[in-house]
Ligand binder design. Structure first.
Ligand SMILES: Cc1ncc(COP(=O)(O)O)c(C=O)c1O
Length: 330
């Protein structure tokens, strides 16, 4: 790991806090939270960890334009745009979706950070790689050197960020003398969970890694996570290691990506009112809502220690529909 280039963008480790009031309220396992939402860069979140590796790779390959993709409220696009602005790379974003979008939240931030925004005009994310390749070709024709980052930064290089986070967590828990039973995290494009799984595969530990999908059904996201684990092992030039099973829950997606479910809103209220911590409606609210449900269905005992990784995402809050806002404020 130490030999692999990365940008040093923030102070590590991010802190871990005990959620005393939420734990008391749920009357189940002890719940801890890792504050990756407090990573400062470009308003922070999990994607900074991935981009430390991806953008270092782009610079090592002498790229001068970064092309990536996400939905209109993509945290990944916002953070890519922000870090590109800081390190002096041009950034072009292919924003997926068929609607007409207002410049607000993350989409506004993309433009504040100076990224070029191209709308794909389709909800079909499988169509986007070809659009990114076409844009890359246009840049090459102008003598530029594009580097394409896939949706969510999910590949073997991006996943290194959460392999590193896994090692960080192990150190932190060891010095706090706490044995974790589970690490829970939102799963969107799979790279964060893949990094954690690779960390566990390589350095051990018995905490169960629980991904709570906010986007893809279990079969699809499991394939993606496995693919990313193997890619990460390839990047590290490690052979002969085989991942075991992975644990992804897809029953909390609700009506679809970025549509908050009742549990999502409950989680946002609970964390806000008991801990003064903001969860977002797309990723962390949905994931923590799933964790609340697992606790209420007695998946864990009172002796267990659970770590929830807060992966950021506040700017997505701006996009909430009136009915969801009123479920919180009423
Ligand atoms: C705030 C936030 N949390 C969690 C995730 C999920 O991470 P991943 O795409 O690596 O599964 C994302 C991105 O998709 C995100 O923006």
């Amino acid at each position: 790991m130490r030999k692999i280039k990365k940008l040093g963008l923030f102070d590590k480790p991010t802190r871990i806090e005990f959620l005393k009031s939420v734990t008391a309220h749920l009357n189940g396992p002890k719940i801890y939270i890792k504050r990756d939402d407090l990573i400062g860069e470009a308003l922070g979140g999990n994607k900074v960890r991935k981009l430390e590796y991806l953008l270092a790779d782009a610079l090592a390959k002498n790229a001068d334009v970064i092309i990536t993709t996400g939905g209109p409220q993509s945290n990944h696009c916002r953070i890519t745009a922000g870090i590109c602005a800081k390190i002096g790379l041009k950034c072009a974003l292919v924003i997926g979706g068929a609607g007409k979008y207002e410049y607000e939240g993350n989409l506004l931030l993309d433009r504040i950070f100076g990224a070029e925004v191209v709308f794909s005009g389709t909800r079909d994310f499988d169509a986007v790689p070809a659009i990114m390749e076409k844009i890359a070709e246009e840049f090459r024709a102008k003598g530029r050197r594009p580097y394409i980052i896939p949706l969510g930064g999910a590949n073997g290089i991006g996943a290194l960020g959460y392999l590193e986070a896994y090692l960080e967590i192990q150190e932190q828990m060891k010095s706090a003398k706490i044995r974790l039973s589970a690490i829970a995290v939102a799963n969107g494009s799979g790279g964060t969970q893949a990094g954690l799984e690779t960390g566990k595969l390589l350095s051990g530990g018995d905490a169960e890694i629980i991904g709570i999908s906010v986007l893809f059904k279990k079969a699809k996201i499991s394939d993606i996570v496995f693919k990313d684990i193997y890619e990460t092992l390839d990047v590290l030039k490690i052979s002969g290691k085989k991942p075991g099973g992975i644990n992804v829950f897809d029953e909390y997606i609700g009506k679809g990506y970025a549509i908050p479910a009742p549990l999502t809103l409950e989680a946002i209220k609970l964390m806000g009112r008991k801990e003064g911590i903001v969860l977002d409606p797309v990723y962390t609210g949905k994931a923590f809502g799933g964790l609340i449900d697992l606790i209420q269905r007695n998946k864990f005992s009172k002796k267990d220690n659970i770590l929830f990784i807060h992966t950021g995402g506040y700017p997505g809050m701006v996009n909430m529909k009136a009915e969801h806002v009123s479920a919180i404020v009423k």
